[in-house]
Design a protein around this ligand. Sequence first.
Ligand SMILES: O=C(O)CCC(=O)C(=O)O
Length: 338
Amino acid sequence: MDTKVISTGIRYSSLPESYVRPESERPKLSEVEDCEDVPIIDLGCSDRVLIVQQIGHACRIYGFFQVTNHGVSTEAVLKMLQVAHEFFQLPLEEKMKLYSDDPSKTMRLSTSFNVKKEKIHNWRDYLRLHCYPLDQYVPEWPSNPSSFKDIVSNYRKEVRDLGFRLQELIAESLGLDKDHVKNVLGEQGQHMAVNYYPPCPEPELTYGLPGHTDPNALTILLQDLQVAGLQVLKDGKWMAVKSHPNAFVINIGDQLQALSNGRYRSVWHRALVNADKPRMSVASFLCPSDDALISPPKELTEDGTGAIYRNFTYAEYYKKFWSRNLDQEHCLELFKNE
Ligand SMILES: O=C(O)CCC(=O)C(=O)O
């Protein structure tokens, strides 16, 4: 393959060798069941105590949930999806102006996960944007499509507000002051991955993204309504998550697992690809400030267990995360206390 990205409009008749997983690492699609009991939490419900209880249960048992009546407008969501599609439909030469395989770049079109490091690639292209502080990053965002900057600026603001609301509810569900999580995470950064998974000739041999946990605090995922692909690991089994109309999927990230002293789990998840149709997803990541010291509060360690993980700054964690392959052991394992 001589092009770097796979969103070229060319349909491959077989999967290029560099995407084929060894037999033992393949998705084994026949063993995957539908996750029928994904918690769906109605944030519009007037009973806050109930919402807090539901969130606590979902974070403990699943590490993910869906939210409805979340306050992000339908208009913002539809426009975001539309402009994301328009971006990936641009001519290859136009998109390649933004290409980079350097994970430290704050804006880049890239492919797979970490192409320079990995041996086997993933069937995904993605546009990665830093979104906060907006004034700092928006000038480097794509200016084609011409509406991109306005639409994405608005979307990321609405999603950020939702993320903060969820962090308050999560703090309360841990029995903490509602601002505790936000206070520990400091001035939070926000990144976005606009994921595009073109039709794949042999979906059973590869991944859009292999199983991984998210290194950040909280992920707010907008899923394609037409094409399924997200799977989560529950009780050792991969389960397919059906998209729910007007819902976001919320994933607990590694930082909330550490901050909650392991009470809440950063869920393993992966994205599968589809033989006939492209799939799109938009992941928004809330990230602690670089110097945030991730450490559980004493309320969560004084039951005798002590802190499961040593204290670390987010900058230290993030560097470690990107120095590895995506589908290795949980990065938090490297921060465990003896
Ligand atoms: O495409 C999806 O459903 C999952 C995306 C994801 O896990 C990610 O961007 O980290």
